[in-house]
Design a protein around this ligand. Structure first.
Ligand code: FRU
Length: 499
């Protein structure tokens, strides 16, 4: 496999070649191996002919490409998105002699229908057999897809969420055995509609304190995430979520408000791993692209299209002024975090510092922390970060205004590898400094993807960018900072996982 192209991410997953979209079947197996399946066209650089590609990892960063796991059964069918579970107690009856049986639950798409099917694996998720009794759910629809299944401990049943895409309905089904499914409730017409609802996820969420990150209560909260495409607020695809509660049959949102998982436009169809215990934070991976331009991006010149987001650790937190937020942070980066390349700090109100990334490093991590911030700050106190190529021919920029509307922006308009009317230049969000007077930004810059996390993950952005040359420098500057504040920043190398 050739992972050397200028656009190839070094710590993000991307397919060896051809077109990829949604993550599917995410699970961690009994021996601790993470399985990532994905919507895959093994014969083209655009969507179509959908299979389930497969990769495995011990740490969520170093991936090993595996043979295709699910093939369409007929020439006119496609295996669309879905999920996977480990049937350790043999509820399905497929696994009398083992505890590591895997069941995949997916949509079979044909020109005349979308139905839910299952397939089972005796070898821990590498090869699958199609269940002879398929389909397991057929409601005579052409727009009914993306089943996501979890185990609900209290009711001792499997619970599926699945989208009636063009009716804006998420249907809830339960089952004792993954074969017989009963429709138990619907969630519909809340938040944003766009033109379709896809890839729902129901997941239990721990609640953490916004400032300390400590678990705050043993409140039993869930989120229902729903991906919207097309017609999302920034164009094309986006994912919204609803915090709420789930009693085994019905999901009740805390309110009807629309909340988005990301403030840029390359985070879609995120899925949460099966097999993560209740005392860990849920782990997710999303598709880092957007249907509005994914089939035009220039990575095709390297023979592949689309990467996944970083693996994320997720929790709910109640942010002052904002209310409930699904926070996310990169999952433990230590397997890829390399040496410190640069580190500095200042107390002055105005300063600029700059570092050049060594030629052997092409993906890097940046952390900026401002502390000692007073409660009220003038609107022109700001911080700017610029990543640029040699001679500043291309650049990627972000920055934050500490007062005013507390805006943070991310601007990819200074990169020149891709032009498209829907590939918009800049994105922004508003986030207050934390109540303890600290503001942080963590960024992972990886060839053609940047991910940004503010204040411990209460806001995040996933953005592709296509700079035709490698970004080789980072500069950070502040102006008008209130006295008593300290600005610190460091850059660390990220180690290429495909070497
Ligand atoms: C979302 C989606 C799903 C569908 C799959 C097909 O990106 O449209 O609804 O199952 O992609 O590849």
């Amino acid at each position: 496999d050739n992972y050397t192209g200028v656009y190839r991410p070094e710590i993000h997953f991307s397919p060896p070649q051809h077109f990829m979209n949604d993550p599917n079947g995410l699970h961690r197996d009994a021996v601790g191996t993470y399985h990532l399946y994905y919507q895959y066209n093994p014969t083209g650089l655009v969507a179509g002919n959908q299979h389930w590609g497969h990769a495995t990892s011990q740490d969520l960063y170093h991936w090993e490409n595996q043979p295709i796991a699910l093939y369409p059964p007929t020439a006119d069918s496609q295996v669309f998105s879905g999920s996977a579970v480990i049937d350790a107690n043999n509820t399905s009856g497929f696994f009398p002699n083992q505890t590591n049986g895997v069941v995949a639950i997916y949509t079979l798409n044909t020109p005349t229908s979308q139905v839910q099917e299952i397939a089972y694996s005796y070898d821990g998720g590498y090869t699958f057999m199609r269940y002879a009794g398929n389909p397991v759910i057929d409601v005579n629809s052409t727009q009914f897809r993306d089943p996501k299944v979890i185990w609900h401990e209290q009711t001792q049943r499997w619970v599926m969420v699945v989208a009636h895409a063009q009716e804006f309905v998420i249907a809830f089904y339960t089952s004792p055995d993954l074969k017989a499914w009963t429709h138990v409730s619907d969630f519909s017409h809340q938040g944003l509609l766009g033109m379709q609802w896809e890839c729902p996820n129901l997941v239990r969420m721990p609640v953490r304190d916004t400032t300390t990150g400590a678990l705050t209560t043993d409140q039993d909260m869930y989120i229902l995430a729903i991906s919207i495409n097309p017609g999302a607020p920034l164009g094309g695809s986006a994912t919204q979520y609803f915090p709420g509660t789930f009693d085994g049959t019905t999901f009740t949102a805390v309110d009807g408000a629309a909340r988005l998982t990301d403030f840029a436009e390359d985070n879609y169809a995120g899925q949460f791993f099966y097999g993560i215990s209740d005392d860990e934070d849920p782990i997710s991976i999303a598709w880092a692209s957007n249907w509005q331009y994914t089939q035009q991006v220039p990575t095709a010149q390297e023979g592949w299209r689309s990467a996944m987001s970083l693996p994320r650790r997720n929790f709910l937190t109640n942010v002052p002024r904002t209310g409930w937020v699904l926070a996310s942070l990169p999952y433990d980066l230590s397997p890829v975090l390399g040496r410190v390349l640069f580190k500095t700090e200042w107390q002055t109100e105005q300063a600029t510092s700059h570092t050049t990334i060594p030629a052997d490093i092409r993906a890097f991590y940046v952390n900026v922390t401002v502390s000692g911030l007073p409660a009220s700050i003038s609107a022109d106190a700001s911080l700017d970060i610029v990543f640029s190529t040699a001679h500043s021919q291309e650049s990627l920029a972000c920055g934050y205004f500490f007062g005013g509307d507390n805006g943070f922006f991310l601007d990819r308009g200074g990169t020149h590898g891709f032009r498209n009317p829907f590939f918009t230049n800049s994105f922004s969000t508003s986030v207050l400094p934390r109540e303890d007077g600290v503001w942080t930004m963590t960024a992972v810059v990886d060839r053609s993807i940047i991910e940004v996390f503010l204040n411990g993950g209460v806001a995040s952005a996933t953005s592709t960018f296509f700079s035709t040359q490698t970004l080789t420098s980072v500069s950070v500057s502040t102006t008008g900072m209130p006295s008593g504040t300290t600005t610190e920043w460091e850059v660390r190398a990220l180690e290429n996982t495909w070497r």
